[in-house]
Design a protein around this ligand. Structure first.
Ligand SMILES: Cc1cc2nc3c(=O)[nH]c(=O)nc-3n(C[C@H](O)[C@H](O)[C@H](O)COP(=O)(O)O)c2cc1C
Length: 195
């Protein structure tokens, strides 16, 4: 069994939801997965106690959560010594065009440049719009952005763009990568015979 730490930053909870789904997939595969909110980490968090680490953050006003950046900078040497993955949740990745793909990649590049951490795997996921949870100005701002960048989207209701099949495929790919690196057979595969 491999122990994996999933650290995430979140504004309105979408990245937390993605982190939870990733952890579920890892557990279904027979591994031990722990999720930690970078904004409220346990005082005794010991990153070096985990075999592999996944870090997730969402984009707000062109930036990832400061707490995620701080976590990565403080744990950089530990991260460099084990298999790692980064996942990013944004409105940009909800769009299906080249400009959006380039923008999402630029967010990641800026994060890698700023932190000096080079994850082995990267996942880019569409986020969600939770107008019902935003205050007046945030709601107005997000409606304006959506009207400009995604005119086909109804700006009056909460909407989730996250493709959960993509999230699950990413988690499975990271698990397979880590298993390969550590030479571990997934426990869920123990005793499985093909008929
Ligand atoms: C105030 C605000 C600013 C945002 N700015 C950006 C942005 O600059 N680029 C982007 O791609 N998405 C942006 N988003 C969309 C978020 O990344 C998306 O809503 C995501 O689901 C948020 O995840 P979270 O709830 O985990 O923070 C913004 C969202 C809000 C509420």
């Amino acid at each position: 069994m491999i122990s994996l730490l999933v650290v995430y930053g979140t504004g309105e909870g979408q990245t937390e939801k993605v982190a939870s789904r990733i952890a579920e997939v890892l557990r279904e595969r027979g591994h031990d997965a722990t999720t930690v909110n970078a904004g409220d980490p346990p005082a005794d968090l010991d990153v070096s106690a985990y075999d592999a680490v996944l870090v997730g953050a969402s984009i707000h006003a062109g930036k990832h959560q400061e707490a995620v950046r701080t976590f990565v900078e403080s744990a950089r040497d530990t991260l460099a010594a084990r298999p790692t993955a980064f996942f990013q949740v944004s409105l940009t990745s909800s769009r299906d065009d080249e400009e959006a793909a380039a923008q999402a990649a630029t967010y990641v590049e800026e994060f890698v440049d700023a932190t000096g951490w080079h994850p082995d795997r990267i996942g880019l996921f569409g986020g969600a719009l939770r107008y019902s949870e935003y205050g007046f100005f945030k709601r107005l701002l997000m409606r304006q952005i959506v009207k400009k960048t995604m005119p086909e989207v109804d700006g009056s209701e909460d909407v989730e763009f996250t493709d959960w099949d993509e999230v699950e495929a990413f988690a499975a790919d990271v698990a397979a990568f880590v298993e390969g690196r550590l030479g571990v057979v997934p426990p869920s595969a123990d005793g499985v015979t093909e008929s």
